[in-house]
Design a protein around this ligand. Sequence first.
Ligand SMILES: [Zn+2]
Length: 296
Amino acid sequence: MALEQLTEGIRRIVAPNPSPLTYHGTNTYVLGNGRVAVLDPGPEIATHLQAILDGLGTAETVAAILVTHAHLDHSEGARTLATRTGAPVFAYGPPQAGRSAVMETLAAEGLAGGGEGVDASFFPDQVLGHGTRLSLGDWAVTALFTPGHFCNHLSFRMGEAIFTGDVVMGWSSTLISPPDGDLGDYYESLDVLAAENAQVFYPAHGDPITDPAARLAELRAHRAARTEQILATLADQGPATTTALTAAIYTDTPPDLQFAARRNVFAHLVELEKAGRVSATPTLASEAVFMLCPSG
Ligand SMILES: [Zn+2]
């Protein structure tokens, strides 16, 4: 793969890590010309990191490395690239930064992630909060705190475009896997992105999204339908575990995506428990027994 010019000031190169969760692979974006920013260096694949550097013009240098979130397919190559270029890594914080209160509690009680590739050793050189502007070349971005898929997730606004990482993608809805993912945070992040009224979204996987408002509405509707499906299944079948609910709902999901489906269903159950529509026995946990509340 080589750097491909998408529009003035935005180049892209796709990392060679295709999978059922990454589509064709991770999009690494290069912002600006001259003193550029590399957004999501991708996994630690030597040929990919080399291709990013080889794709730059002879007079160009990397001034900043921006990371949307601490999943290996986005952040793992950041440290190597930083060492090779001297550019600092910018992100919201370490992997646990930005966790919601309910997810802090679940994590403290021992809930492990779903094995979807947390970059446990990730750390930024400099942290960016919501609304922070950064410009180290002929480009400028504003960080938008957008947790939900992952607690330390940032999106980056540049002009009329937003780089949305894994929060909004064109090819698939996003994985929400507690305790790193939180459905309530995800809904709020969709609101944050909607309020920006941007013209185009550049996701970390898949093609640019040219009608952001429509895509945001579609994603919200998809989650609302899933919530209704979970409530209807509980009404039909009575109390059930996450695994039983997933088996009843995701009947045509291939085996390699069943784990992701279970994490998503659990994320919905956490949100329903918070809203007082389901209860968990004995306590809120991924393999608790969930039942409708009388008023739910
Ligand atoms: Zn991710």
